[in-house]
Design a protein. Structure first.
Length: 549
């Protein structure tokens, strides 16, 4: 009996060590926080009370995050494995994010991930290996829970209390600092702290859907189309797709504004801001208070069409039942080898005057799944040293050519008789192994200009006065914020002359950059915007593509 008891104690000690080491080994490890404590103390001129407080707070936070799973391991099976799933899911999720992005997940990162949850399938497919590695890295927690024996005493209230207290400390920090410093917390409970914190993240204003406002003039065309491509970077578009557009004998008049900044480096944010026609100086309030473009189009006498090749207007980009009720036509759309997107456009153009929003399937990761296995682009850029330096870039070229190149090829063959204007852009750019971090949607750390650089074109089958001159004058200077100002004018709204605003303006500084993080201004904070030095970016882009055919 003594031998059995000794073995149980040894197993318990080993199990607790495994649990503790697993929790502390997850980034950020406790020793990586020490430099921050030193910085805080230095700001306070090395005061002993400040040092004592910071160290006590640090030790307390990590002690709770380790004590909670240790106590849970002693609980009865029902509580033990329920709490285990809480800790395991939090540790794995944070570990995957760290492996993929290179930094710890802060609250704003969680907000972006939550808003993009409709793309979880793509994320799992793209990051399957990091997911497996992260899961393996956390398996010692499972071993520890299996080794620690269940005790007869009612220990679950202590385990549950420690878990709730650990989550509560995170929530208190998150709310009081408006999401600040939340990437520094231990990982065993922080995921659930982020989830609870969203309940305290109140909207800045009531979300507006519609307006009674009437246009100031008639729409510029019978049919107006806004095409939002997916993950198409300007530098690839300009080298893979644009040459073919220019070489076609289509009757469309193509006005290329060159390099433009997107509204955001993340698809949900850009899509919502575009539908809300948000301005650069008041992003968060505009996202709440501006009416949706559907309402403005309807008031202008245009039938509304949504051609969403991704999810049909369900489950992504914050579409809901109220917004869908403002859309007259929502036919199912396919892209790729069985594409019917241009046929759907022809249907929209064959009826009453219309406004159509196209949300394309583009070149979102995993790139190799956005084109058939046997497809290979014949673009000469595939032989560029820059592209050949990464297999992912090769896949990306194929995806862009297959999805976007095919769309423009089909569009060039269909030119309606009625006056029609098409605005084309992408939701954001792509960081394809150019810098550490995610391909896009970086928010708290590592945001790169390349994530927000996109193409911007306007196609028309009639002469739009001043548009050709504007495209030449404002090449590489425009933003999607300028584009929506012009779109508003195309729909007939605005007291100012359309020829002096938006894409047509003759003077004024370019919009400084693009939004990263939440466009809703979480916890009432203003949105964050990354400044973009366009000339510097242009130089970097040219260096990347030097020696290209």
């Amino acid at each position: 009996m003594k031998s059995l008891a000794l073995n149980a104690r040894v197993r318990g000690v080993v199990g607790l060590l495994l649990i503790g080491l697993t929790c502390l080994a997850q980034p950020p490890e406790i020793w990586t926080i020490i430099p921050r404590v030193v910085a805080v103390v230095n700001l306070n001129e090395g005061s002993t009370p400040t040092l004592a407080y910071e160290l006590a707070r640090l030790v307390g936070i990590f002690a709770l995050a380790v004590a909670a799973p240790m106590l849970a391991a002693f609980c009865s099976p029902r509580w033990k494995w329920f709490l285990f799933l809480l800790f395991f899911s939090s540790l794995v999720t944070n570990a995957v994010f760290h492996r993929v992005s290179g930094h710890s997940m802060a609250y704003v990162d969680w907000v972006i991930l939550w808003q993009a949850k409709a793309n979880i399938g793509d994320a799992v497919s793209e990051y399957f290996r990091p997911l497996v590695k992260a899961t393996i890295g956390v398996t010692p927690l499972l071993a520890g829970f299996m080794l620690v024996p269940v005790v007869q005493r009612r220990i679950w209230p202590w385990a549950a209390g420690a878990t709730l207290l650990s989550i509560g400390v995170f929530v208190a920090q998150c709310v009081t600092t408006q999401g600040g410093d939340t990437g520094l917390f231990p990982r065993s409970t922080s995921l659930h702290g982020k989830l609870v914190s969203t309940a305290f993240d109140r909207p800045m204003a009531r979300y507006t859907y519609a307006t009674d406002r009437q246009p100031d003039a008639k729409p510029i065309a019978d049919h107006i189309v806004l095409v939002i491509d997916e993950s198409v970077s300007h530098d690839y578009f300009s080298r893979v797709v644009l040459p073919r557009i220019r070489a076609s004998n289509s009757a469309w008049r193509v006005h290329d504004f060159g390099l433009a900044t997107s509204m955001s480096n993340c698809s949900m944010a850009t899509n919502v801001m575009l539908r809300k026609l948000a301005g650069a100086d008041s992003v968060a309030l505009d996202v709440y208070r501006n009416p949706l473009v559907w309402s403005l189009a309807r008031n202008a006498g245009l039938a509304t069409w949504l051609l969403d090749a991704q999810l049909g207007g369900f489950g992504h980009n914050l579409f809901d039942d109220v917004e869908r009720s403002l859309i007259d036509h929502r036919p199912w759309v396919r892209t790729g080898h069985d594409a019917n997107l241009v046929d759907r456009l022809r249907a929209a153009w064959s009826g009453a005057p219309s406004f159509t929003l196209v949300i394309k399937q583009g070149a979102h990761f995993p790139y190799e799944k956005k084109y058939p296995a046997r497809y290979a682009s014949d673009s000469p850029v595939l032989s560029a040293p820059y592209v050949r330096g990464s297999e992912r870039r090769t896949h990306y070229v194929n995806a862009v050519d297959y999805q976007t190149g095919d769309f423009f090829r089909r569009l060039s063959e269909v030119v309606p008789a009625a006056r029609t204007i098409v605005l084309y852009t992408s939701d954001h750019g792509q960081n394809i192994e150019d810098s550490p971090g995610l391909t896009h949607c970086n928010s708290s750390v590592g945001v790169q200009a390349i994530e927000g650089i996109v193409p911007l074109l306007i196609l028309a089958n009639f002469d739009v006065g001043g548009l050709a001159e504007a495209a030449t004058r404002n090449r590489d200077r425009m933003s999607q914020f300028d584009m929506v100002e012009t779109l508003r004018g195309f729909l007939g709204y605005g007291s100012q002359s359309m020829a002096s605003s938006g894409l047509f303006r003759a003077s004024g500084d370019p919009v400084p950059g693009f939004v990263y993080g939440s466009p809703f201004g979480f916890f009432g904070r203003p949105v964050q915007m990354l400044p973009v030095d366009r000339p510097a970016y242009r130089r970097q882009e040219n260096e990347r593509w030097s020696n290209s055919p």
